[in-house]
Structure formats: C-alpha cells, structure tokens
Design a protein around this ligand. Sequence first.
Ligand code: ADP
Ligand code: ZN
Length: 707
Amino acid sequence: MHCTVITASRSRGIGGGLTYETTDASVKPGSRVLVPLRNALVEGIVLAVTEKRAQEDFDVKMVKEVLSNQPLLTEAQIKTLLWVAEYYHCTVRHALSVFLPAPPWNTLAEHPETFYKVQEVETATRGTKQKLVTEFLAGKEWVMEDELRAATGASRATLKALEEKGVVAREERMHTPLSPHSPASLQSPTLTTDQESAYQSIKKNSHPSLLFGVTGSGKTEVYAALIADALREGKGAILLVPEILLTEHIIGRFEELLGGREKIAILHSRLTNAERRSEWRRVRRGDARLVIGSRSALFAPVDKLGVIIMDEEHEWTYKNEQTPRYHARETAEVLARNADAKFLMGTATPSLESWSRTKSGTYHLARLPKRYKDAALPTVRVIDLADAAFGKQYPFTEPLIDAIRERLARGEQSVLFLNRRGVASALLCLQCRRRVVSASSQKPFTVHRSGQGRAFLLDHTSGERSDMPALCPHCSSARLHAVGAGTQKIEDLLTQIFPNARLLRADSDTLTHPEHMRLLLKKMREGSADILLGTQSVVKGLDLPEVTLAAVLVADVGLSLPHFRAGERIFQLLTQLTGRSGRTKPGEVIIQTFRPGAPEIEFASRHETEAYLEQELKLRLYSSYPPATRMLRLVTKKGAAKAEELRRACEETSQKKDLRLVVSAAPTLFGGGSTWHVLVRGANPTAVIPSLDLEGVTLDVDPLDCV
Ligand code: ADP
Ligand code: ZN
C-alpha cells in the first residue's frame, strides 16, 4: 500500500505530504508512523492510504515503523483538514497545524501514568506529610500521582517512603476513562414556549440552523438543550464563543448542566502549550465530552461529535488572520457534515453571509423574537456629537453626563463603550459633516501618525498623502475633527467629572486572563462598582443584571473606515449595546455619534434588525460585494510594484477566462505604506490563483478585513 504522510519536520517544499510504502495492512488515516526523510527518521501522521500503483517513476521509501494505529485524528477531522487546505489554498501541513498541538506528537498518545492507592489505613507513627497523603487517599480508588501531589503537596520521596512501608500501593497503568453521563444526571433546561419551538425546529432540520434571537432571549438555554441531548446519546459537543474572556457565565451555565467542570474542556489561545496538550488529551480519551472555546476549539479531537454550536456567529474573531486563514463558520459547517453532526449558529445580529443563506435555504432559520419573560428592550437615545458643546469634556456630552449622574444617585450601574484603541480615523468637518477626501480618488482620507507622532492624511485607494489641512476643503470651516482620537484620556476625564464614582476599566491591557474577568464581573455583580469603562471588544458580551445604562462614546469609528462591512460592524456593536442594558430593570442606551442619520444607527436605535439586514443585503447586491459575490485578497509586503503586477495579472486572467472580476490594489491601513493588497471579487475569484506568481504573497480567501 501507499500512504501520504505529513512529517513533524518543517522542511520546505513538503507541506503537501510525502508518499511512502507499507506492507502493514493495519495502517489507516490518522496512524502515527516513523519514516525516513533525507538522512533521518522522523515522526509522521498518515493522511491517506491508497492502493500501490503498479508503475512508479520515482523511488518510494518504506515506512520504517508503525508507532500507533490509534488515530490522533478522527476520519471527519482528516476530511475537514483536506478541505481546509484546498478551500483556503494552503498546504496540508498548515491545515494540520490547527488540528494538532505542535510536535512532538508521541506525547499526545495515551501512555501509562503513575497511580496510588491506600494499602493499610492503620495508623503507625507518621509525619504530617505522610498523614495528609493517606487521608487524601482514604476511601478512594487509584489516584493519579499528579492529582495526589497537587492536592497534598507531597514530594516523590514522601510517596516512596509510604510505598516502602507498604502503606500505599503504586501502579503504572492507563488512565481509566470517566464513566459516560447517565441520562438521569443531565437535567435538560425548562424551555419557554418560544425556546421550545425553536429547539424543536432546529432538532428536526438537517441543514445548519441559524438561531436569530434578540439579546436576552435565552439562546444559551436552547444550546443547553441540544448539548444535553448529544451527551445523553453518548456523543460529544463543541461550543464556540468569540472571546474566552466573555465566557465565564456560559461556562458556569454548563457546569451546572453537567454537574461540574470535570467533563468540560476549555480551549483558547491563552493556554500554555502544556495546558493545551493536557486538555487535548482529555478530549481525545473521551473524559471531556463538551469542549468550550474560541475558534480553535473547533479542532478538538471529539469522537462521535453530536453537535457544534457557534455563539455570536457574526463575530469577526471567528476568522483566523494567520495561515491557514480559515473562518470557523465555514469550517464548522464542513466538519459537522463530515461528522454527521448538527451545526447551530446563534446571534442577535446575523452576519450578511448567514442571513443570505437563510434566504436561499442553505441554512434553516429559527427565531426568538422576545426577551425572556417578555422583558422590554431598552430605550435608545441618539446624541449628535456635532451639535454638542463639550469643550474639554469631549466626548462626554451633557445628556450623557446627566444620565450617568442619575444612575449614581439611584445606585444603579452604567457601562461605557470606548472605541478600539489606536484606530486610524477620518478627518471630519463638524460644520458640513463631510469627510476630507483625496483629490485623486474622491475617497475619504484616513488620519495616520508618522514615527515622530505627526499626523498626516493617507488615501488608501491611490496611496496619495497630504498634510493635515487647517480648514475644511468643502466649507472652509476650522472645525475639523479626527474621529476616534483621544480615547486614552477618557478614564482620567471620567474621574474628574465623577470623583466619587467607583470606576472599573476593562480592556486588553487590564484583562489578560479569564481570572481577571471573573474578578471584574464579581465586583459588578456585588455592586462594588458604579461605572464600567471598557473597550468595545471586551465589554460587548457581558451579562450584568444591574446595568441600566449602556453608552457608546463615539459610534463612528467603524464608519470612518473605508470598508464595505463598516456599517454592518457598527450595527452589530450597537445591538450588542442594547443587550447590556436593562436585563432585569428597564434600561436605557445612549449612542453618541457624528452621523445620527446613518442607516445603521437609525435601524439599531429602533431595534429593527431584519429591516437593516434586508437593506444592507440589497446594497451588497447592487455593488457586487460579499455575500453577493466572493472575495479573494492577495497581500504583499513588496510594495506598489508587486501589487500592480498582481492586479494586472488578475485582470488579464479575468478577461481571458471571462470571469468578470472586479480587481483593485491599495496599500493596507496598518501596513506602514509598504504592505499592499489586491482585492478580487466576483463569482469565482480564486480562479485567478494558478496564473499568479505568488512568491512573497499571502492568500486570504473570503477576507473579513480588507482595509
Ligand atoms: P441571550 O444569549 O439570548 O442573550 P441568555 O441566554 O443570556 O440570552 O438569557 C438571558 C437571561 O434569561 C439569562 O439570565 C437566563 O438565565 C434567563 N433565561 C432565559 N431562558 C430561560 C429559561 N428557559 N429558564 C430560566 N432562565 C432563562
Ligand atoms: Zn466642512
């Protein structure tokens, strides 16, 4: 037989795997083998097994040794891996890198562990250390050494002494899997009528389902019902969340469902390598049957996968911005199909991609139109920043300050959303409300800072640079304002305005670990803080019952980006905002903006999600942007000349093959001028790939970020 093997070696040029011969009929996809490579023997994973072809025009080497036929990857995973490589145009090795922890792979396989058990409990005179150990072991079956030492602080020497006295017995043995869930130990949630009918329709439908439910409608309860079903049938489940820092309450909910954390694995990018391996092995041996985590948790080796759930499916964090540049939604759909599992996405603001798929019938649509217990959605107030006089208090307007003051007086809490830090912004005129545009392309300039901190304008379409103007080119007003600037000072400002308020700050600097988040949430829940100030990415998913005011200080940051998804992103953010306020008492939302008339702001302030999606979808159709078309992005650090060469090659191929592609080249927003990208959109943009010289070019299929 022949088999395709991916080796642990990082040698160039063999990312697609090598062919070896074997006479061992037990070798199968997922087997671990030792193969000769150059002058060494290296570890490898078999991805495919084929009949030996009669005539080979090259020498096929033999597999040296079969290390294990306990596959490290499930069949469904291998199929999905090959799909990732093909669809995202990356090597199989790159695709494999997201499925397995880094090599060496031999330690991933099950190996014997050391276990201890009490032999005789009679109390001979012993030291306190020894007593701790015997007390811990009393009445227990075999306990793993790691666990024993962690619980008692005992040294190896202590254990050895006890063993020599015959007090404890030691054994090297394989880990005994935890017993599966008995149907009785899983309490399915009690669903409301709406939740029950959504759940039933999701169960019945074999397509991927999109659960479109307003914030606070209890989507988590529907997830819990599906996960309980899967576990009861002896299957596993994966629950994807956009940001692990925001999952404490979800994890809590599932600990309750499963009676503890023992059968849950938590996978995210902040784990150390050792932690990742340990969680990976818990999943693989079947101890952890529910995996919760960020996008990479999708690749956990769950055997007999029953359901994959993706919470907040619209979130941008589901796209991997390194090779392989997979999107977890697309990949989950393929994995679910390969594993014969159900795929459910949940959101209050569907992505345009998913929304259009519910219309074409590719996805099944289920709805939760009301909040749990019919709680009201918060009232929304839009404040025009261009009209406000704030002097030194920018961006705090009087109505916002009053609203916060009211909460302080009533002992209620407020949440304030900051702009993302360090974002490039547009130059806006507060008089005529137009943005300063470039003469060469008529597109808005973005504001950049040079190495010396001096501000200048850059046009991302043509590459044109300009100094900061003193007056508005449209109306000659001097009221020019760089949108999105000055966010660092907001905390100080807030302390000045409300010297007695108890303030908490949450951003990626102060929150680096789930434990920090847990502490912060605890403080808010106990009521030992009045105002939570956070960056949008951190604060948007919080579930805080006592918050009655949620405000975004400047909603326009995304609007100023020259990006076809900017409006969608703002809309999603504003809807998340409404989800933070008034969970238990009537709440209010304040949106401060320079563009109160922008459609995403108007629709969001009226809670009209579906109407927004419909009109945005129409726009995308008219202008041939995704999801009406597909997109390919070619990124190069080799500057304008390479970008121009790529652009021309794409145009030529498009014409030759009648692909009708729209092609454009521009410097990227954060690339310092030398990083350029070429955007190709149409029905089949990847058809240009074979005709391109891709040396020094990164391919991004279905890009999210294209500024
Ligand atoms: P969503 O994810 O849709 O924003 P959640 O799942 O967070 O909503 O639910 C909002 C609140 O309502 C939570 O505090 C949750 O405990 C409660 N809730 C929703 N459905 C139920 C239910 N069927 N039984 C008990 N509590 C529920
Ligand atoms: Zn003007």
